[in-house]
Design a protein around this ligand. Structure first.
Ligand code: DAK
Length: 263
């Protein structure tokens, strides 16, 4: 896989883990059109590759993950420009959510507006102790438009999501953990290592099975239980066709470490 160089993204590849940092320090890593285009390009490249199995998404620096969409760019945007940005962002966010790779948001500071929303498009969120989450959009005369009105209630429930969106309150990492918005909170200096350790644990399992489980969870959560269970049965059947299923079970019976290679 060939990774281009980007103006607003830093990309490091360590074995089969990609660490992607959004890097716009002057605007606390706010998402402008250029950054969204770069994320579109990078996530498409990674999604089509077998070289990366987990993506860790973070913000450069110690203060901010992503402070939202870029307000300076939006202030004079026309409805047509708003629509274009909406379509661009929807593509990036849903790719993060559905790509075969596992996506982990390493939330290292402010995750406001579009920042909170991009973290919610990731499979898993790990926050540093200084992280702050919030949806300040209604204070700017707009509403969350990168999926916040949909993903936030699905993660933390309708009542809590409405309170956060209607009040624009910022919540700290421990409160985000308490309400289920993040999976874990760690000191900032341990954030990336914690995410890498989680990523390594995931990549040590059957990656094809992980990707099938991701699909079953994602599609199942958007449907009724009976349909979800049928879907699970069909996706489960696919795992029976894999090398990893034979190898994983055989290795258990032979009391040896499995060599799981499918992806
Ligand atoms: N956009 C542009 N610049 C930003 C920014 C942002 N979101 N956030 C911070 N900055 C800039 C500040 O303007 C400042 O620039 P200079 O004055 O130094 O040039 C610099 O970053 C440092 O920020 P502060 O001086 O404000 O730093 P503080 O520590 O005092 O405060 C803060 C940190 C994060 C609390 C504060 O910067 C802040 O409140 N930032 C704005 C947070 C926010 O409201 N974010 C939500 C944006 S709305 C759409 C769908 C969705 C969306 C848009 C469109 N479509 C479908 C089209 C999403 C919208 C949003 O995310």
């Amino acid at each position: 896989m060939e990774i281009k160089s980007y103006n607003n993204l830093l990309v490091e590849i360590e074995d089969d883990i990609a660490i992607v940092s959004i890097n716009r320090p002057k605007a606390l890593n706010a998402l402008n059109t250029e950054t969204l285009n770069e994320l579109d390009d990078l996530t498409s490249t990674i999604a089509a590759s077998k070289d990366v199995k987990v993506v860790i998404l973070t913000g450069a620096g110690q203060k901010s993950f992503v402070a939202g969409a870029d307000i300076a760019e939006m202030v004079n945007a026309t409805p047509a420009e708003g629509r274009a940005m909406s379509l661009l962002a929807a593509g990036v966010f849903s790719r993060l959510e559905t790509m075969p790779q596992v996506t982990i948001a390493a939330v290292n500071g402010f995750a406001l507006g579009g920042g909170c929303e991009i973290s919610m498009a990731c499979d898993i969120r790990v926050a540093s102790e200084n992280a702050r989450f919030g949806q300040p959009e209604v204070g700017l005369g707009i509403l969350p438009g990168f999926g916040g009105t949909q993903r936030l209630p699905r993660l933390i429930g309708k009542g809590r999501a409405k309170e956060l969106i209607f009040t624009c309150d910022q919540i700290k990492a421990d409160e985000a953990y308490r309400i289920g918005l993040v999976n874990k909170v760690v000191p900032q200096e341990e954030l990336i290592d914690t995410c890498k350790a989680m990523a390594k644990k995931i990549t040590s399992k059957g990656s094809y099975a992980v990707t099938l489980a991701k699909q079953a969870i994602n599609i199942g959560m958007d449907t009724d239980l009976a349909s979800g269970l049928k879907l699970e049965a069909n996706i489960f059947a696919l795992s029976y066709a894999s090398h990893d299923k034979k190898e994983g079970m055989q290795a258990f019976l032979e009391k040896r470490k499995a060599d799981l290679t499918d992806f």
